[in-house]
Design a binder for this molecule. Structure first.
Ligand SMILES: [Zn+2]
Length: 276
């Protein structure tokens, strides 16, 4: 099985040919940067064959201790979204363990989901009693023609053609509808610190580990994603750090994190809410 495609000679987001090598990580994967739009990306990218094989083994097993913290964090995301749009029809792209979809359902949203692996989507769909489709995205029989909300929680970084998928999903939004995108932040404090320590030779083990190149293909900064959505004609409403809560964390720690570390986008991921 071929693992890599031929090397890309231009940027998948802005088509610019002004791209160059940025970093080779501990897996010997090369990361490139586009000097026009600022996106960083795996180059060469994996073949579809390799990714299909990778995701057939990619079961998101979730320990029970994680359910409450994830529900809490996802409830917070929904509360941000509901500042801009009231509960209606929602399309959850990349439903994974189904926690965002079920949290939204409990808040009055009418949710349909999608994910690649049919075996796990069937299991999750049963568990949370919501339709979650799988397989060829373009062949999915959606119940609605338009949605009030599209959510993409930690999924855009996995996609080989993020821009095409974004256009596809935005076309399913009604005018005035809202899209929620959460991705890892490659310009986070910890990523920048690790990068710096690697550059000066202090950090030598597992160089570039924070890129997760074994399954993440594009590496976003808040500004890059903001510009991408704006260029698609969307109005960016909200940008903030993701609220990452852990099992056993006290309410006060969650509160402090939410209003300091995450507000300042120092954490490892960020989210954007934008309107069509
Ligand atoms: Zn670019």
């Amino acid at each position: 099985m071929e693992k890599y495609n031929p090397k890309l000679s231009n940027c998948r987001l802005c088509d610019s040919e002004n791209i160059n090598f940025y970093l080779r990580d501990y897996l010997n994967n090369d990361i490139y940067i586009c000097n026009n739009c600022g996106i960083q990306f795996l180059n060469p990218q994996y073949t579809d064959e390799y990714l299909d094989d990778y995701y057939s083994d990619y079961t998101s097993t979730l320990g029970d201790e994680w359910r409450e913290p994830l529900r809490y964090g996802h409830g917070y995301y929904m509360s941000i979204i509901e500042r801009y749009i009231k509960p209606g029809n929602m399309l959850d792209f990349g439903s994974g363990n189904g926690i965002l979809a079920s949290t939204a359902k409990s808040r009055g949203w009418n949710v349909e989901g999608y994910d690649v692996d049919c075996e796990s989507t069937q299991r999750v769909s049963k568990e949370i009693d919501l339709p979650i489709y799988c397989g060829d995205f373009s062949a999915v029989k959606w119940k609605k023609t338009e949605y009030d909300l599209v959510t993409m929680h930690q999924v855009l970084e996995h996609l080989k053609d993020p821009k095409v998928m974004l256009y596809d999903l935005v076309s399913k939004l009604k005018k005035g509808g809202v899209i929620f995108v959460a991705v890892p932040n490659i310009s986070s404090f910890s990523a920048r610190l690790k990068f710096f320590l690697e550059r000066i030779g202090v950090r030598k083990k597992r160089v570039g580990r924070y890129y997760d190149t074994d399954h993440h293909l594009f590496y976003y900064k808040p500004k890059v994603l903001k510009n991408l959505l704006t260029d698609m004609g969307l109005e960016v409403l909200h940008v903030t750090g993701c609220h990452k809560v852990r099992p056993g964390q006290s309410k006060i720690i969650r509160f402090i994190k939410k209003y300091t570390w995450e507000k300042l986008m120092l954490g490892s991921a960020f989210l954007i809410v934008a309107r069509k």
